[in-house]
Structure formats: structure tokens, C-alpha cells
Design a binder for this molecule. Structure first.
Ligand SMILES: [Zn+2]
Length: 102
């Protein structure tokens, strides 16, 4: 479940002045008020989003590595990596090039 961070837009209380974290399911409505002092709060950039960025970085690194293997003609390596990264079509293509019958 993603963690969202909130901070009050007004004076607030000890709880919401420095931002607080709430674990919420993806579809649930964002908080508009501090649960303690009822000051209006605003959602900050969440850890959830930061996590997605990290994953995207990893995806880019994996993509780069796959391309490297493909350039070197190491199809089975490329296929394995693509497979692990969940790139099914890419994996199949490379397995085919490696001589596997899929
Ligand atoms: Zn508060």
C-alpha cells in the first residue's frame, strides 16, 4: 500500500506541522484535514511516487543492459534479462534469436 505524506497549510498542530505519513490504498480519497486538529492539509510528494521513480531507473538500467547483450549477439543473456524484467515479447524475440523454439 502506498504511503502518502501530508502537511498542514495553516498553523496546525505538532502532528501535522512537520508532515505526517498515512498509509492508504490507491483508490482512497486523500485527507483534507488533520485527524488531530482538523487544520486543512495538503498531500506532499509521496514516498510512493519516489518508489516508482526508483523502479523506473532500474527499468532503464535493465533496458540498457538488454540492449548491450543484443548488440553483442548474446541473445540468451538478453532473453533471460528481459524475461526477468517482465518484457515478455522482448524475451521471446531474443530466445528465438538464441535458437530456442518457443
Ligand atoms: Zn494537526
Amino acid at each position: 500500500m502506498p504511503i502518502y505524506e501530508y502537511r498542514t497549510t495553516e498553523k496546525g498542530c505538532d502532528y501535522c506541522r512537520d508532515s505526517f505519513e498515512v498509509r492508504q490504498s490507491m483508490g482512497s480519497k486523500p485527507f483534507t484535514k488533520c485527524p488531530r486538529c482538523h487544520s486543512p492539509v495538503r498531500r506532499l510528494i509521496s514516498q510512493f511516487r519516489a518508489c516508482v521513480i526508483e523502479t523506473a531507473d532500474e527499468a532503464i538500467a535493465t533496458e540498457r543492459k538488454i540492449r548491450e547483450y543484443e548488440k553483442e549477439g548474446r541473445w540468451s543473456h538478453a532473453a533471460e534479462l528481459a524475461d526477468k524484467a517482465g518484457l515478455e515479447d522482448r524475451a521471446k524475440e531474443n530466445y528465438k534469436k538464441a535458437g530456442y523454439n518457443m
